[in-house]
Design a protein around this ligand. Structure first.
Ligand code: PLP
Length: 289
């Protein structure tokens, strides 16, 4: 049987732990076929991003057209989008090629603090790309930023996330902006096992991600809580990219969304636990396990 075809539209991370280098490893580890359309190059390692070189949007469009017109695509996964013009180009291309399954990782700021999407591009992301997304995977700061820049109502007023219920409200509000499913990643919300907020790093026991979407049988909105044991680690570089690519691969293998997301979370957690410990900063995960 032909492998699932995943096209990654993202930035390159020269250190191989995040960006499209990580995406390709994850997709290969899932037995799928990875293709890339590069939005930007970064000079980067585990300690920081030292420079960014944008790929001209016309060239990006040529990459997307070339692979889709020949090889075809089952799932598109997007990562670092770099500029408003790039986002417009991607939205035009996805619409032109009628791409039906899109995993959108709304990458904004790297763990090391580098700005990977200019704040003014957020409106284009919202108006053009969010409505095309099958699943969008914000962490809490990205989710709050998306909502504050929209007319999403009460959820936009949440100052800080202090409980699991807040994650559900945020997920439901982002879903109103157009994506079919929203995975709010709870890594920035420190929790004890009983669901209360941990005051110190030592008290952290659990991470809860919240998935909001539509139940295919009933057509009603469903909220799924995905709980996992917290693992303190410096080796978390590229976890967001890797999770989104794992979900994209699972969808290319025709899994349903909740199962694809559950399996993706397990894959990333196992990757953190068995990380090779490379570099002096935030090291990469183990992608092949
Ligand atoms: N560099 C590139 C090119 C990325 O696409 C991303 C995330 O998507 C990062 C860096 C950020 O990686 P992290 O914040 O996990 O270190």
């Amino acid at each position: 049987m032909a492998p699932g075809r995943v096209l990654v539209i993202a930035g390159s991370d020269s250190s191989g732990g995040a960006g499209l280098e990580a995406d390709q490893k994850v997709i290969a580890a899932h037995g799928c076929y990875a293709m890339t359309a590069t939005t930007a190059l970064t000079a980067q390692n585990t300690k920081g991003v030292y420079d960014i070189h944008l790929v001209p949007p016309e060239f990006l469009r040529k990459q997307i057209d070339a692979v889709i017109e020949d090889v075809g695509v089952d799932v598109v996964k997007t990562g670092m989008l770099a500029s408003a013009e790039t986002i417009e180009t991607i939205a035009d291309a996805l619409t032109h090629h009628s791409v039906s399954t899109v995993v959108l990782d709304p990458v904004m700021i790297a763990t090391t603090g580098a700005q990977l999407l200019p704040p003014e591009a957020i409106h284009v992301l919202q108006s053009r790309l969010l409505p095309l997304a099958t699943v969008v995977t914000p962490n809490i700061p990205e989710a709050l930023f998306l909502l504050r820049q929209s007319d999403a109502g009460p959820a936009a007023d949440i100052g800080a996330v202090s409980k699991i219920d807040d994650l559900e409200v945020i997920g439901q509000a982002i879903r109103k902006l157009g994506p079919k499913w929203v995975l709010v990643k709870g890594g920035h919300c420190p929790l004890r096992k009983d669901g209360t907020v941990a005051e110190t790093e030592e008290e952290r026991e659990t991470v809860v991600d919240v998935l909001v979407g539509e139940d295919s049988a009933t057509g009603k909105e469903i909220v799924v809580r995905l709980e996992s044991e917290y693992c303190a680690s410096r080796n978390t570089h590229g976890t967001g990219c890797s999770l989104a690519s794992a979900i994209a691969s699972n969808l290319a293998k025709r899994m349903e969304i909740p199962a694809a997301v559950r399996a993706g979370c397990r894959y990333v957690q196992a990757g953190i636990r068995s990380a090779p410990g490379l570099g002096g900063g935030n090291g990469p995960l183990n992608h092949f396990h």
